[in-house]
Design a binder for this molecule. Structure first.
Ligand SMILES: NC(=O)c1ccc[n+]([C@@H]2O[C@H](COP(=O)([O-])OP(=O)(O)OC[C@H]3O[C@@H](n4cnc5c(N)ncnc54)[C@H](OP(=O)(O)O)[C@@H]3O)[C@@H](O)[C@H]2O)c1
Length: 247
């Protein structure tokens, strides 16, 4: 992709921040949107994705600064983890408000202009939890699965207007996201060391934009799980259940 104006939601930390850096390294001009400022974007705009007016104002600000966006990356996200019935409804709703409805707000603010200009790409930073159940992540996984299905449906409509709608499914990345997520009814478990970093995700987002594929899974382990679920359904579920019983 030639020099583009990219808007990144969730640019203040972790994967979003790393994606800003990767896009800039490729020569793109990048606007970073989040409630906290982005210290790496070319321009930073305060944005709460749970608020229509805030999303509209931030996208308008980015557009004023650098022109209409060619790329939008949605990396804003929160989690409410733990024993499903111990997660308060308010925390569960907050997860959907950011991970699903915030994504919808961002799409509504950016996609119509792209479709009118018949160019652009929208990328969702998705999770392996969108593809399969993960213990103690019911609301997070449900929000990610809902967002992924929304993106899959939207991709057909956008394609007919010359716009790509793409997803990158990512496994555990040590950004502090899991620790920041609320844990209910249990302590946060120790996560195994991840072979991938936030920087790897940023590079993978750029590669996905170049490839133009509808979706990709980052990491050999995550690809093996996704493939295994198709070839031998429930095998990994049985392994998780077996492991859980031994603990
Ligand atoms: N880390 C992982 O293991 C992992 C794995 C798969 C997928 N993901 C996904 O990757 C994305 C980024 O996660 P991360 O690991 O980079 O976590 P992170 O460092 O906590 O980043 C989350 C980002 O979301 C933004 N955000 C949260 N609530 C927001 C709101 N109401 N309005 C605007 N922005 C908001 C935060 O910015 P402010 O707080 O400044 O608003 C921050 O920039 C999330 O969608 C997550 O689900 C993460």
């Amino acid at each position: 992709m030639s020099r583009a104006h990219a808007i990144v939601f969730g640019a203040s930390s972790g994967i979003g921040r790393a994606t800003v850096m990767a896009l800039k390294e490729r020569g793109h001009v990048v606007a970073g949107l989040a409630r906290r400022p982005s210290d790496v974007a070319d321009a930073s705009f305060a944005c709460d994705v749970t608020d229509d007016a805030s999303v509209g104002a931030a996208v308008a600000g980015a557009q004023q600064a650098h022109g209409p966006p060619d790329v939008m990356v949605y990396a804003a996200g929160v989690g409410a983890m733990g024993r499903t019935l111990d997660v308060p409804a308010s925390a569960a709703r907050e997860v959907f408000e950011v991970n699903f409805w915030g994504m919808d707000r961002a799409v509504r603010a950016v996609l119509p202009g792209m479709m009118e200009r018949r160019r652009g790409a929208v990328v969702l930073v998705s999770s392996i939890a969108a593809l399969r159940p993960i213990p103690h992540e019911a609301f997070y996984a449900a929000s990610k699965a809902a967002a992924a299905r929304y993106f899959g449906c939207l991709a057909f409509e956008a394609a007919s207007a010359g716009v790509r709608v793409q997803m990158l499914h990512v496994g555990f990345i040590d950004t502090g996201f899991a620790e920041r997520a609320g844990w209910f009814g249990m302590a946060a478990p120790a996560h195994p060391a991840s072979s991938k970093t936030a920087g790897d995700v940023g590079v993978a987002v750029c590669a996905l934009l170049d490839a133009g594929a509808p979706s990709a899974v980052l990491g050999w382990r995550e690809r093996a799980i996704a493939l295994g679920d198709r070839v031998v359904p429930n095998l990994y579920d049985r392994w998780i259940t077996f492991r859980g019983r031994r603990r």
